[in-house]
Design a protein around this ligand. Sequence first.
Ligand SMILES: C[S@@+](CC[C@H](N)C(=O)[O-])C[C@H]1O[C@@H](n2cnc3c(N)ncnc32)[C@H](O)[C@@H]1O
Length: 221
Amino acid sequence: MRYGFRVPRPVGFSSPIIERMLPYSEACERNKGPILTALGPLLGDARKVLEIGSGTGQHAVWFAGNMDWLTWQPSELPEWLPRLAARLEAEAPVNLAPPLCLDVREHDWSPAGYDAVFTANTLHIMHWPAVQALFARMSELSPGAWLCVYGPFAFHGRHTSASNIAFDRSLRARDPGSGVRDVADLDRLASAAGLRREHDIPLPANNRLLAWRRAAEEPQD
Ligand SMILES: C[S@@+](CC[C@H](N)C(=O)[O-])C[C@H]1O[C@@H](n2cnc3c(N)ncnc32)[C@H](O)[C@@H]1O
């Protein structure tokens, strides 16, 4: 596994002026390194990874650039696709695919054929029916494939920090359908789709990387 070095071959170009015009998240810049450290070893054998809700594209560019053994497939809701595409056009390494239009609530997508699905900071934004739809689709993953989710989570109704309590309150005040999700609820959805949680990796700023894996098929008699 060639983990941790960057592919020095951007497609297109990125000048300081263009960089300033691209969508940007300071949090992405802070968390992309720690996420890669946790995610890279899990994806050592992966060839194709689907990212859901790629946002600004900073994660996609960073992860593809640092995991050159796999193809990274970013995606976004239709309304955010143009700004994601702008960053990818400016910075995409060769193993970063053009972004897909993907809304987890729709029926026109599938994780089939991907070795892993990754999503960051999305489950607390999506309403619960969308979270359910995302996990239900994971039943289409091949045996051994991963669902890796980064973000803040609660455990059995308890938040892991005061800052996550405040974050959860602010999310729900803005949008009552959103909110920090409980790992026990996610485990139930994962289990119904045939996945089992294998990793819970604490990361900076009270975030975590959770990784569920689709069970290997039982050998036939
Ligand atoms: C807080 S942003 C996180 C963006 C990026 N992953 C990051 O970590 O910075 C939440 C993302 O979830 C996406 N999202 C929300 N609902 C979605 C849905 N139903 N299907 C797919 N993506 C969705 C939004 O478009 C947005 O990009």
